[in-house]
Design a protein around this ligand. Structure first.
Ligand code: ADP
Length: 740
């Protein structure tokens, strides 16, 4: 019997829901199942069969880039009652649906769980009432449920991210960056209120990403009774130290230790009175739910939708319902009810004013971020402890610019100063180090760097060799450098590895060194995400969205060329996020016969009504079959059926202000790098390492392993985790079908 599954979106909408719906529909069709969308959430399920509509491949075309949910969402009182749920069960039986994928928040998932538990009872009642036949009832003894968490608050226990959170953070950082520039012009203070009733994730990560001065979150109210005085003092000291703007970010559920809510106007009044200056309030509200989904949300939702279908199709009737989550950068299946219970436990702890417990229920990265934030926002560093040894730590950028380099530099410099060390900023990468071009940084020299793209220190691709090494050895001695933090891409790693190998010849290289991965190419070993890659991915997605819009009325195929050197990360993830029907990667190679097949599929697709084609090509996918060659080939073969345009995205991919993810990761990695260097200095050791995030955990790799972990010829890691996603991207966008 062909399986029939339903999908609905419920509760507050979240960007990325459409990508999940698309992935569910297409994966289910690919697996031979039928899929029905239930419009308007549980309301559509309760009301009648008209809201239950069969979906086909094209009914979810072109929706990846849309915010909200095309199948509608609603809050439904009737579904909270048994009568309502019985009606829902009847509509499902009549439609022949035996499993449901629900995308919503903890409320919607609780509802789904109750529904599943009651199912056998509801079915018997329907038979007793004569609303369904005994044969119909016999076909549906159980009902399968799989949940996806659509919630911009990131408030669901067991998953690192929920659908919509990253896009909401984009909205918040865009808004706060804009406010910061106007606040700085007028020397003003702004209070920005963001969503999050029981979860301070958006407020905290927004504050960390934007370099705000203070944050108020529900889980961790200010730990002193006179927090108002502390806040005022802090902002005043910041002004004295030279800050032109002050930003306070407040979660909507923020409260004090006694459980009293702190409203934005309370903070406004307080600051106006005490600081005697104008204080403006911005309540971001629904802006945070709106707008186009970020690249991350599109891909997260896509992977979750794919996993949900596999889960529901392989579930046994007696299996407990699960929620699809992401843990440590991998899909995971969580027990639905237990996760809902844990999620609600945070809210209960907050309501019971047990803030220690609320914080302990949050992830360790949340707690780390909070502690880091508290240091970063100090108006001035802690006074220097004369008993402690002060080290001289040099920070430099190397390689091509990557958005987030400045964020990392700022974090390292401020955290280093706060711990009492002397932080040296090296200008223009290794060229600057060769020339001894560096200066002692102070607290305010990195002000405003959190949100700035490019490289404030300056960066070059120069890899030191031969005589350069003598000059570097001299600079390290002259400036008495105790440790080196290198923020950059392949060049940075190559240079650090080179210095390590030269240690026998240059004893002054016997200092601890660490590389922090910053490259849009995401081609560094020991790191699943390098800083800048997420920003570049978003730039690609923005550009491709616009390119697609430009072609609405013509039959046109675009060949979009993206950066990455020999690493296809940007091409594949960009392709998945934009619904490209073909992605060309160097890792897989490009063969003429593949191109022939592609062109034939394009031809037959356009002949049967397709209007747009989208192919994404990594810049070095093949040295002979270049973008130009491919366009010429497609154009010639496309004859008068379709035309072809190249779009070489170029340097826009390296520019732009860093995305919230890149800012948060840059700060986190910088802190860990600095701690590593200081520990080495204290132990009088001089190991050399590179840091990175793998499977969600931060790891330090010995620099000696660099060679072993890379494919040197193609300047990429031997193992690339994202390659396994290729088959999913291919499944969801078939060449020749409607693009998107
Ligand atoms: P969210 O899913 O975003 O948390 P809500 O809590 O408003 O949003 O829930 C959305 C819908 O899910 C509700 O309008 C209702 O139809 C259903 N729902 C929520 N909680 C329950 C429950 N305890 N029992 C049955 N249905 C529920």
């Amino acid at each position: 019997m062909t399986r029939r599954i339903g999908i609905l979106t419920s509760g507050g909408d979240a960007q990325g829901m459409n990508a999940a719906v698309r992935a569910v529909v297409r994966t289910a069709l690919d697996r031979g199942a039928e899929v029905y969308a239930i419009y308007e959430g549980y309301q559509g399920l309760v009301d009648d069969g008209d809201y239950i509509r069969k979906m086909d491949w094209d009914s979810v075309g072109g929706i990846l880039q849309l915010g909200g949910t095309i199948i509608g969402s609603a809050r439904c009182e009737a579904f909270r009652t048994r009568d309502g749920r019985r009606q829902a069960a009847k509509n499902l039986v009549k439609a022949g649906i035996d499993g449901l994928i629900v995308i919503g928040g903890d409320g919607s998932l609780t509802g789904a769980n109750i529904f599943r538990q009651e199912w056998p009872g509801l079915i018997s009642e329907l038979v007793e009432r004569g609303e369904i036949s005994a044969e119909e009832a016999a076909k549906y003894p159980n009902f399968s449920i799989v949940g996806l968490v659509g919630s911009i608050d990131n408030d669901f226990s067991g998953t690192d991210m929920t659908i919509g959170t990253d896009s909401a953070l984009h909205r918040i950082t865009e808004a706060v960056d804009a406010i910061t520039s106007t606040a700085a012009s007028h020397q003003r203070t702004f209070v920005v209120k963001v969503m999050g009733r029981n979860c301070g994730y958006l407020a905290l990560m927004g504050a960390l990403a934007c370099g705000a001065d203070w944050v108020l979150i529900p889980e961790a109210p200010p730990d002193v009774e006179n927090w108002q005085d502390v806040l005022v003092e802090r902002l005043r000291a910041g002004r004295k130290a030279g800050r032109r703007d002050s930003i306070v970010i407040l979660a909507e559920g923020a409260r004090d230790r006694n459980g009293n809510y702190i409203g934005s106007s309370d903070v406004q009044r307080l600051l106006e009175e005490k600081l005697e200056e104008e204080v403006r309030v911005t309540v971001l509200g629904h802006v945070q739910r709106g707008g186009r989904p970020s690249a991350f949300d599109r891909n997260l939702s896509t992977l979750m939708g794919y996993e949900a279908v596999n889960t529901i199709l392989s579930a046994k009737p007696e299996d407990e319902p699960v929620v699809i989550g992401i843990r440590n950068n991998r899909m995971t299946r969580l027990p639905l009810m237990e996760s809902v219970r844990k999620t609600q436990a945070v809210a209960e702890a907050i309501n019971a004013k047990d803030y220690e417990r609320a914080m302990s229920l949050r992830s360790s990265s949340f707690r780390d971020a909070f502690n880091t934030f508290k240091t970063m926002v100090r108006a001035l560093p802690h006074p220097i402890d004369p008993a402690k040894k002060r080290f001289r730590i040099a920070v430099l950028n190397a390689g091509a610019p990557a958005p987030g380099m400045n964020t990392a530099g700022r974090a390292a410099i401020r955290l280093g100063l706060d711990m009492g060390h002397i932080m040296l900023g090296v200008r223009n990468g290794f060229e600057g180090l060769i020339d001894g071009d560096m200066e002692e940084m102070n607290w305010m020299s990195v002000s405003g760097w959190a949100s700035r793209g490019g490289s404030m220190l300056g960066t070059t691709r120069h890899v030191p060799k031969g005589r350069d090494l003598y000059a570097i050895a001299r600079a390290i001695e002259d400036h008495r450098i105790d440790a080196l933090l290198i923020i950059g891409g392949w060049t940075a790693y190559e240079a650090a590895y080179g210095m390590l190998k030269e240690r026998p010849n240059f004893p002054s290289f016997n200092i601890p060194m660490i590389c922090l991965p910053a490259s849009i190419n995401n081609n560094l070993p020991g790191s699943e995400f390098s800083i800048g890659a997420d920003t570049a991915l978003n730039s690609i997605v923005d550009a491709v969205d616009k390119i697609k819009q430009s072609a609405v009325a013509t039959r046109r195929c675009f060949v979009v060329e993206v950066m990455g050197h020999y690493c296809g990360y940007l091409a594949l993830m960009g392709g998945m996020a934009t619904g490209a029907e073909r992605v060309y990667l160097h890792e897989e190679g490009v063969k003429l016969r593949d191109l022939q097949v592609d062109v034939e599929k394009l031809l037959s697709g356009f002949q049967s009504g397709k209007r747009l084609g989208l192919m994404i090509r990594n810049e070095y996918a093949n040295p002979v079959y270049t973008t130009e060659f491919m366009c010429a080939l497609f154009e010639e073969e496309g004859r008068d059926v379709f035309d072809v345009r190249p779009a070489i995205l170029g340097h826009l991919q390296q520019g732009g202000d860093p995305s919230p993810f890149d800012r948060v990761q840059a700060t986190r990695l910088a802190r860990m790098c600095l701690e590593y260097l200081i520990e080495q200095c204290n132990k009088k050791e001089y190991n050399s390492a590179f840091i990175g995030m793998e499977k969600g955990q931060i790891h330090f790799h010995d620099m000696r392993d660099f060679d072993r972990m890379i494919d040197a010829e193609h300047q990429r890691p031997k193992e690339q985790w994202w390659l396994e996603l290729k088959s999913i991207a291919t499944l969801l966008a078939k060449p020749g079908s409607q693009t998107g």
